[in-house]
Design a protein around this ligand. Sequence first.
Ligand SMILES: [Zn+2]
Length: 265
Amino acid sequence: MAETMKNEEVSPLAAASSPEAEAFRKEILRVGRKLWERQYVDGNGGNISVRLGSSYVLCTPTMLSKGDLEHADICLSDLDGNILAGVRSRTSELLLHLEIYKANPQARAVVHCHPPYATAFAATGSTPPNGLITEYELFIGPAAVAPYETPGTKAFAETVLPFVMDHNTILLTNHGIVCWADTATHAEWLVEIFETCCKTYLLAQQIGKPLTFIPESKMREILALKQRLGFPDARLHDVTLQAEGISAKLERLVEQVLARLEERY
Ligand SMILES: [Zn+2]
């Protein structure tokens, strides 16, 4: 990627028309299309944003389907939610995105939507159990559950704050899901992984056989890999991987998985 823009020195209009902003707009449109095609949003639901340098955010507007977004619909906001460029009004749920950005500098993009299986769990204030599906463990780990608040309010935006450092995926009770990542594409991947995990867990329960959980020792290997990759996981506070030392065998495993991930990314 090109060198990140130092937009303290750049006016909002210059930032909004920079090559980096152009690339982010295209990515937001692609992600919006995926959310709509995968039926993760209904009506005008859901929103996507990307940080632009240190002072600005590009975001989707209010009252538009994520399947119908066009280039000119994407707004430029500051970190207080003031629209500085663009012809449309921002979504009130941008406040949720901004709280995440202000709390966790690792978050460079946020996707919020209402996928049916994840939202079904959100309606119960619970998440699928951990230890069943490797993709969920590796890329997400335990998802958090934020308490219900009225959408669009400051109080709603602040419900995620206790979780945003250790969780890249947060269920919003009675509402939907919010994921953050380094890019909008990767934040949308987290939505896909979580939604699939919710669906698979419900299907597995219908088979009528006991669930098979990943052994504890293998879970430790996944956590070691996550630590190496810099992925957040609340369980990393609970395990003393350093104290025990990572064996040569585990180091080799990490190398193999990293090589496979590089192919995938
Ligand atoms: Zn929503």
